[in-house]
Design a protein around this ligand. Structure first.
Ligand code: RIB
Length: 306
């Protein structure tokens, strides 16, 4: 099986993480148990996940000409991601303020910075997209960049995977360019509401079936409850691995990047979902986003045990 190639276009952030017992409610002040700085951002996380799963991976992103930007590019390269296409722009590097509680759940506030300058794709970026087996996109950068990238990928006959996170309505013209849509239950409900199909969001299977009418394949991820893959009339449930949760930050991105790598390798979608689900399970047992993403051999070891 060939390794396949993946281009990821998306956000790169420095994650400023505070560990707390419980995430504060409005008006409450709490003390952190500790703080960490990690590499993150949905685009960078997904690119690292694809590379650690063995895909030849390029990241198209934007960072500032600052210490954080240099840190993120170095982290990408260290993971085997080709980061030569990362733009260095006259804005500070994006940052994410992440609060993680004792159960590993998080709340995140993003300061987009350089990511906000990714409003479309350049000729060079278009060329990179046209040369990849799979193009992986998210919704953390301005909508124009995901749309342009999806259009360029579709024109070149490439597979488009869209992780519609963070939650927001999804323009139908973007949805029409997607081959595999990946969402969690909240994102699925938001998209269906925006499409005027709120009623379909009443049950998880209803969400999957309604979205599968719009795209060739949809994956609805459900954390510890596993995932559902919808394709045409078929709905397949894939259970999650039982793991101790330390930090869920970047688990969804690990899933998406690992899935992109598997699809680029030529795996069938159901098989790719099982692989990606094991990768995500390993990531929640570790702290940080990029720092938590497993390698192919670690994922295969977990799959061999189950
Ligand atoms: O999906 C997790 C990511 O969301 C974090 O790494 C943070 O940067 C935010 O973009």
């Amino acid at each position: 099986m060939s390794t396949g190639s993946v281009v990821v276009l998306g956000a790169a952030n420095v994650d400023l993480v505070l560990r707390v017992d419980a995430i504060p409610v409005p008006g409450e002040t709490v003390s952190a148990r500790g703080s960490e700085v990690h590499a993150g951002g949905k685009g960078l996380n997904q690119a690292v996940a694809a590379a650690r799963s063995g895909a030849r991976t390029r990241l198209l992103a934007a960072v500032g000409d600052d210490e954080h930007g240099r840190f993120l590019r170095a982290e990408a390269e260290e993971a085997g991601v080709d980061a030569r296409g990362v733009r260095v722009v006259a804005e500070r590097t994006g940052s994410a303020y992440v609060v993680v509680d004792s159960r590993g759940e998080n709340s995140i506030v993003i300061d987009g910075g350089a990511n906000s300058t990714l409003r479309g794709v350049s000729e060079l970026e278009r060329h990179a997209i046209a040369g990849a087996d799979v193009v992986a996109l998210q919704r953390e950068c301005p909508a124009g960049s995901a749309f342009d990238a999806a259009e360029a990928a579709r024109a070149a006959g490439r597979t488009v995977i869209l992780n519609a996170a963070p939650a927001q309505g999804l323009p139908e013209k973007l949805l029409a360019l997607v081959d595999v849509l990946i969402v969690n239950e909240g994102e699925a409900a938001t998209i269906l509401r925006d499409l005027g199909q709120a009623a379909a969001g009443g049950s998880i299977e209803g969400q999957v079936r309604a979205l599968a009418e719009r795209v060739p394949a949809v994956v609805v991820t459900r954390g510890a409850a596993g995932l559902m893959l919808g394709r045409g009339d078929e709905v397949i449930a894939v259970p999650a691995h039982r793991v101790e949760v330390v930090d869920t930050t970047g688990a969804g991105d690990t899933f998406c990047g690992a899935l992109a790598a598997e699809v680029a390798r030529g795996s069938a979608l159901e098989e790719a979902c099982r692989y990606a689900s094991a990768a995500a399970a390993l990531s929640v047992g570790r702290r940080g986003a990029v720092a938590s993403i497993p390698t192919r051999s670690q994922v295969e070891e977990l799959l061999a045990q189950s």
